[in-house]
Design a protein around this ligand. Structure first.
Ligand SMILES: [Zn+2]
Length: 213
């Protein structure tokens, strides 16, 4: 008799401790069968649906594969309550029904796969990829055009090959073309100008000329 009482007590307490749960689970998809990833599934209620109100605001989030689980505390008497599941502005109705749910250790599991009407958004990843690719194409085209233009002149070709072109200048005395860095030497050697004066002359001339870019 004592053992019988103990068993009854254990059964009673365990049923009190393990509050029943009603879990709605399934996958959330777009019409093209791709998963709706990381979207909130929120329970809403019809206006004046007072029995639904205790579930209002319960929410969960779909996972990478579109799977979701929404666990609700279930009491006797909740059977038949109509819930509205709201996802991305679309709504789905679900009536709590333990008869249509599978049962495991006192908890109920109701499978509900949801398919949205809206098409999947363009993934930010692929949008970013397209954008990045376009950007690189534009940059590349710009560089190609600039390089092409540069290569049209001998000076540009020298620059392109990593050689800075050697700027030339005109000697004011003999009107000959002289490389800039050799002008002082040219003035001294070819025109017999004293080094101080040659330096000053060259300096004056360079300050008049526009610097090369
Ligand atoms: Zn000269």
């Amino acid at each position: 008799m004592r053992i019988f009482n103990a068993v009854i007590i254990i059964v009673l307490t365990s049923s009190i401790v393990a509050a029943d749960a009603y879990t709605i689970y399934g996958t959330l998809k777009y019409p093209n069968n791709t998963a709706v990833q990381y979207e909130e599934i929120l329970i809403e209620c019809e206006p004046h649906a007072y029995d639904c109100a205790k579930f209002s605001g319960e929410s969960t989030m779909s996972d990478f594969g579109g799977g979701y689980r929404l666990e609700l505390a279930y009491d006797e008497g909740d059977d038949g309550i109509e819930l509205i599941l709201s996802v991305k502005g679309e709504t789905f109705k679900h009536k709590i029904s333990i008869h249509n749910a599978s049962q495991s250790e006192g908890d109920y599991y109701s499978n509900l796969n949801l398919t949205l009407n809206q098409d999947p958004p363009v993934s930010p990843l692929s949008a970013g990829f397209v954008c990045g690719t376009l950007f690189f194409i534009l940059v590349f085209a710009n560089v190609a055009v600039k390089t092409g233009r540069r290569l049209m002149t001998p000076e540009g070709r020298q620059r392109f090959q990593g050689r800075s072109p050697m700027p030339v200048t005109t000697c004011k005395i003999c009107n000959g073309t002289v490389r800039r860095h050799l002008l002082v030497r040219h003035l001294i050697v070819d025109h017999g100008i004293p080094p101080e004066d040659a330096g000053a002359l060259a300096g004056l001339q360079f300050s008049d000329e526009r610097p090369d870019d």
